[in-house]
Design a protein around this ligand. Structure first.
Ligand code: HEM
Length: 205
């Protein structure tokens, strides 16, 4: 019962950023110029992207935190956070396409040539899509060992997302450095854990 409630709370928490954005869109539509700033379209794309990368890194953190605090049960929350990360990135893309590209495929294709950072972001989105689609237990059973291999690609998605953010940075690289350092830290922890498990397995034989 406690698990159900904690999942409900986590679900509600993950909805807060989009609910706050919806509120600001409502205020902007009502004429409040402060709600989304001078360029509301850019602000919407930006905020959804920010939450996309934050939740993506939060998803990667779950297993490291579970190991650190020795609470393997925390893993049960990873799928929900990961699906929300995908949802925010998908909304980020939809907002970019609908607002900044004017829902025109030609504009998207022209942007791919003009703004290479969109290729990096698009690559990350294309990797996250099959991961979201195979996040069910049934897919996990069906794919067996390949499921783990496939889901390791989440690190590549995170690296591409960081590249996307660094590439489009205009004024400061601070965000890109923070997200990049965090991704490397989590990857390092994962490699360390993998090496230790291998060493233990060798010692046991
Ligand atoms: C995992 C995938 C992605 C993540 C995590 C992500 C994240 C972000 C973040 C955090 C920003 C704001 C960066 C800053 O200004 O400091 C941003 C901006 C942007 N992203 Fe993405 N993005 C992703 C994929 C995409 C895709 C697929 C597209 C379009 C095809 C896209 C288009 C843009 C554009 C146009 C901006 C600039 C918005 C502006 O002018 O401020 N992104 N993205």
């Amino acid at each position: 019962m406690r698990i159900v409630w904690s999942k409900v709370l986590l679900f509600a928490a993950c909805l807060i950023p989009v609910a706050m954005l919806a509120w600001d869109v409502w205020r902007a539509l009502a004429g409040d110029l402060e709600a989304l700033g001078a360029d509301p379209g850019e602000a919407i794309v930006h905020r959804l992207g920010e939450w996309g990368i934050r939740l993506l890194l939060a998803t990667l953190s779950v297993s490291s935190i579970a190991r650190l605090v020795k609470r393997p049960g925390l893993i049960r929350y990873r799928r929900m956070v990961g699906l929300f990360a995908f949802a925010y990135v998908a909304m980020h893309f939809a907002a970019y396409f609908g607002i900044l590209a004017g829902a025109e495929l030609a504009a998207l294709l022209a942007d791919l040539g003009k703004r290479p950072y969109i290729i990096a972001g698009g690559g990350a989105l294309l990797i996250l899509l099959p991961l979201a689609l195979t996040s069910t237990r049934a897919a996990q059973r069906r794919l067996k060992k390949n499921w783990r291999r496939l889901h390791r690609l989440v690190y590549l998605a995170a690296a591409l997302a960081v590249l996307h953010i660094a590439w489009l940075a205009k004024v400061s690289y601070v965000d890109a450095y923070i997200y990049g350092a965090f991704t490397l830290l989590l990857l390092g922890e994962r490699v360390y854990h993998w090496m230790r498990s291998k060493q233990r397995a060798r010692q046991a034989t």
